[in-house]
Design a protein around this ligand. Structure first.
Ligand SMILES: Nc1ncnc2c1ncn2[C@@H]1O[C@H](COP(=O)(O)OP(=O)(O)O)[C@@H](O)[C@H]1O
Ligand SMILES: O=C(O)C1=C[C@@H](OP(=O)(O)O)[C@@H](O)[C@H](O)C1
Ligand SMILES: [Mg+2]
Length: 172
């Protein structure tokens, strides 16, 4: 692993497993995890859906940018990004400066199965179906791909398998 690039940023669509895999990598490497959504929820004192509802999406996006720019680079950290973080070039520049960027993928069907009961992903409110997930994923895919150092498919793999694959590929 490149010692200058200490952090591991997990990016990808909602439900790709960023939060889950961040914890699985922590189990293996012992690095602390920054869960971006969780930090923002704590700081704002309300769930993501409430932040969107009260202040709008742009406000949330600004909070994401501020947070990613403030991340402590002193010790290696695993960063579980929100699914929209890689859509802003300034966020991507910041991630690429501070670490390795890992794009987790899953098919729209897999994503749907993973998030269908979720009530705190406001972008999917009223659109909880495979067709919409597929459409939004295609819009976002070029940005995820451009931001990433490596791409790891997650369909049909356990979190431990995915974590090991990521660690192995980053060590190459
Ligand atoms: N590899 C996997 N296999 C099966 N279920 C998974 C896998 N990765 C994540 N999940 C499940 O999918 C849901 C969404 O995962 P999460 O980590 O919250 O995704 P993200 O942070 O990318 O939105 C959770 O219920 C999680 O347990
Ligand atoms: O893709 C997005 O734009 C978002 C993804 C969510 O995080 P997860 O990817 O962890 O669901 C959360 O940050 C917010 O609802 C917006
Ligand atoms: Mg998450």
């Amino acid at each position: 692993m490149n010692k200058e690039k200490k952090n591991i940023f997990l990016i990808g669509f909602m439900g790709a497993g960023k939060s889950t895999i961040a914890r699985a990598i922590k189990q293996k490497l012992g690095y602390p995890v920054v869960e971006m959504d969780e930090r923002i929820v704590k700081e704002q004192g309300m769930p993501i859906s409430k932040i969107f509802e009260t202040y709008g999406e742009l406000y949330f996006r600004e909070l994401e940018t501020k947070l990613i720019q403030s991340l402590n680079q002193q010790e290696p950290t695993i960063v579980s990004c929100g699914g929209g973080v890689a859509m802003r070039q300034e966020n991507v520049d910041c991630m690429r400066d501070g670490g390795s960027v890992v794009f987790l993928t899953a098919t729209p069907q897999t994503i749907y199965e993973r998030v269908k009961n979720s009530t705190d992903r406001p972008l999917l409110n009223g659109h909880m179906n495979v067709a919409y997930i597929s459409e939004l994923m295609e819009v976002r895919r070029p940005k995820y791909e451009a931001a990433a150092d490596i791409l790891v498919a997650t369909d049909g793999k356990t979190k431990e398998e995915i974590a090991e694959e990521i660690i192995g590929r980053l060590e190459e």
